[in-house]
Design a protein around this ligand. Structure first.
Ligand SMILES: Cc1ncc(COP(=O)(O)O)c(C=O)c1O
Length: 388
């Protein structure tokens, strides 16, 4: 079988020297980042402060649009920030938690950083309702739906769960939220770039994520989509001069909000990270998330079958429709096995209650999957010779 996507391998230098199955954590760096960083240094070196008006001021919105195009977001509806936690803080700062509608509903399978943020908002009046998982893999949709009521203000939820790659039923949860007047903050960090995301079809109020995993964009760029009708109304209190209608008037007193996307930003933007993000975004756009997803479904199924054949526990949904791009495998001594895999240049990671996470992306070969599984076997057999 020919795999047309493998022609992109040459764009990612690390693939020449390691088995790279860790795009759930940090996507491989595109070769183009060298030029992007050189371009950044050159404009700073040669144009100096003029770089702001010639390129840098516009960059946040341009990169926001490039990310937005991958999730069917309207132009101008995606702002960029340093990370997802900051995006959640910007959203929280648009609301008042002192009234009766102050409940924040999320699952205990959310990414912990986001949970730490919302737990801390209890000091501002937020009431946290945490929905528990039964199996450590899925989030019970009905339990989420039942927890969302007339007192619910926000539902910050992961589209794809970081531990298990379970795809939550975002549509059903968003529908229930809207029925009772609540809003959803959809964290698409583990979906965008490997699972199709359409913010308009989902009708989500907010979506956020980062570019460093499946989008191969490196650390330092988080994104925040705000549905355009909300974007024109909301007034984030986590604000600053880039959100001002006339930032260079340096007016004294309360702010006058500009339009999105800058309305949701605050201080000086993270220019080097924005520059570094672009080559990856360009490649993902060119490859297309549909093709990535098709390959991912096939390769994750292959990986699961191999793990199960070896008798290892798989903490990822069997059903391809409910599974994102990662397979979490809890083989014996999985944390130790992960350390050994890294030493042998099979790049993966380990998470508590998940095991070793392996995440084939569009640039991985089937042989790399076979190699990763064979290396796990090698390690296990070395540790317990009788297992041979
Ligand atoms: C679903 C999800 N949300 C958020 C994050 C990270 O949040 P932040 O960008 O604030 O570091 C991760 C990171 O690994 C994640 O998997």
């Amino acid at each position: 079988m020919t795999d047309d996507l493998l022609r992109y391998r040459a764009e990612f230098p690390i693939l020449e020297r390691s088995t790279y199955l860790i795009s759930n954590s940090l996507g491989a760096m595109p070769r183009g980042v060298y030029d992007a960083m050189k371009g950044y240094a050159d404009i700073w070196a040669t144009r100096g402060v003029r770089a702001w008006e010639e390129r840098w001021w516009m960059l946040a919105a341009e990169v926001g649009d490039e990310i937005g195009a991958l999730m069917n977001a309207a132009k101008g509806s995606v702002s960029t920030h340093q990370n997802v936690t900051t995006c959640q803080a910007v959203v929280a700062s648009c609301f008042d938690f002192s009234g009766k509608r102050n409940k924040v509903v999320y699952s205990d399978m959310n990414f912990p950083s986001v949970m730490y943020f919302w737990e801390a908002q209890q000091a501002n009046g937020a009431r946290v309702h945490m929905v528990k998982t039964d199996d450590g893999i899925t989030v019970p949709t009905q339990r989420m739906i039942d927890a969302i009521d007339e007192e619910t203000l926000l539902v910050p939820m992961s589209h794809v769960i970081f531990r298990s790659a379970y795809i939550q039923d975002a549509k059903a949860i968003i529908e229930k939220a809207h029925k009772v007047g609540a809003m959803v903050v959809l964290d698409t960090f583990q979906s965008l770039g490997t699972v199709p995301v359409d913010v308009q079809a989902l009708d989500t109020d907010f979506a956020c994520g980062g570019v460093l995993k499946w989008l191969c964009g490196g650390p330092g760029v988080g994104y925040l989509y705000v549905r355009p009708d909300l974007g024109r109304k909301l007034e984030p209190r986590l604000t600053g001069w880039t959100a001002h209608q006339s930032p260079f008037s340096f007016e004294i007193g309360p702010t006058r909000y500009t339009d999105p996307p800058y309305r949701f930003m605050n201080g000086t933007p993270h220019i080097p990270a924005l520059e570094a993000a672009r080559p990856g975004l360009k490649i993902i756009q060119e490859v297309g998330v549909e093709r990535i997803r098709e390959k991912s479904e096939r390769q994750t199924a292959k990986l699961m079958a191999l793990a199960e054949k070896n008798g290892w526990r798989v903490n990822t949904p069997r059903d391809a429709e409910k599974r994102g791009g990662t397979v979490s495998i809890d083989m014996p001594d999985s944390q130790e096995v992960c350390r050994e895999l890294l030493k042998r240049d099979v790049l993966v990671d380990w998470r508590p209650k998940a095991g070793v996470r392996m995440s084939p992306h569009f640039y991985n070969t089937d042989e790399e999957i076979d190699k990763a599984v064979a290396t796990v076997n090698e390690i296990l057999h070395e540790r317990v010779p009788s297992a041979r």
